[in-house]
Write a protein that binds this ligand. Structure first.
Ligand code: AGV
Ligand code: CA
Length: 319
């Protein structure tokens, strides 16, 4: 039986690549998607999410738009990426968007999905934890419906990626956007599998990886993936940080759980001061299963295999 998944993302390019991968995983039954208005503008992020579901033949999966905001906004330069992705030709082959849009805001919809789930489910969250924290605060009984939380966030033994005045740089953005939400979730008993920067730093989007999708030009999902990856170029030149496969590595865990080696780590989330959003080792902290070492070449191969096998013959062949 396929594993039931609820998926919360926040509309960045890597989130959209993750959604694309997720639609191809045979062992996964995607039940619903919520979008957090964090690393995106919410309207184009919801629109592009529904277009990807349409393209992948997953129109039946409902999408709910987030309305809850964290205290530390993402840079607007990053948040506009969803606007660009929403305009890609491969996602606009038809005039209509047929994937279902929930009438509820994401936090209410997630609470309803969890409380009515017949069996405990897996939650995949690759943006801030705001919607889940709201559910736990307002409906603590839903905690028992979550078999596992797979979360991209944090930085344990490596530097963070927040570069903001008044911050010491020790935090990762998904935790920093809403530190109190991450703390609330870490204070629960939900089993957490964490993909912090320790692991995701090992899978930067290289030119070779992005260009490898060119060899499958004409196959819609690999064309989409290659376009999303191409749009990340220039990140290092403008920010000094590489754009990594943060979320897509995390997502790949649902199909290939042994791409990474894990360590059990006890940690807490700091919510105040110059290190707010930092995930720090502490003997008194909660236990997380933490990804530490990645077989990067196998991960890149996985993405290409999953997306290239998906549809049709290439329009142009070099052989
Ligand atoms: O910190 C990584 C998280 C991931 O969930 N996001 C991007 C991924 O979706 C925030 C982020 C950090 N650096 C970024 C980010 C950058 N240079 N551009 C866009 N988003
Ligand atoms: Ca994200």
């Amino acid at each position: 039986m396929a594993r039931a998944i609820y998926f919360d993302h926040d509309g960045a390019l890597d989130d959209l690549l993750s959604l694309t991968l997720l639609t191809r995983y045979r062992g996964v039954s995607l039940k619903g998607v919520t979008v957090t208005p964090a690393d995106c503008l919410i309207e184009p992020a919801v629109s592009v999410t529904r277009k990807i579901l349409d393209l992948a033949g997953a129109q039946h999966v409902p999408v709910a738009a987030g309305t809850l905001a964290g205290p530390n906004p993402f840079p607007l330069e990053w948040r506009v990426d969803a606007l660009r992705a929403d305009a890609l030709p491969v996602l606009n082959q038809r005039a209509e968007n047929t994937a279902r849009l929930s009438p509820l805001p994401a936090h209410l919809q997630l609470a309803e999905w969890l409380s009515t789930a017949p069996e405990p489910v897996t939650l995949l969250m690759i943006g801030p934890l705001t919607n889940l924290a709201w559910c736990l605060r307002e409906h603590p009984e839903v905690e028992s419906k979550i078999a596992e939380l797979v979360f991209m966030g944090g930085a344990i033994d490596v530097a963070g990626n927040v570069d903001r005045p008044g911050h010491d740089g020790s935090a990762e953005w998904n935790v920093y956007w809403d530190p109190a939400a991450a703390r609330r979730v870490f204070e629960s008993e939900i089993p957490i599998t964490l993909f912090p920067l320790d692991a995701t730093d090992q899978v930067p989007i290289t030119p070779e990886f992005a260009r490898s999708f060119g060899r499958h030009y004409g196959s819609p999902l690999s064309d989409l993936a290659g376009s999303l990856l191409a749009m990340t170029f220039g990140c290092f030149e403008t920010t000094g940080f590489s754009y990594c496969c943060w979320d897509s590595l995390t997502t790949s865990y649902l199909a290939e759980p042994d791409l990474c080696e894990f360590e059990d780590v006890r940690c807490v989330v700091l919510t105040e001061g110059v290190s707010q959003g930092r995930t720090v080792r502490a003997d008194s902290g909660r236990l997380v299963k933490c990804a530490k070492k990645v077989d990067a070449q196998r991960f890149y191969r996985h993405c290409l295999d999953v997306l290239a096998e998906s549809t049709g013959t290439p329009a142009f062949s070099t052989q």
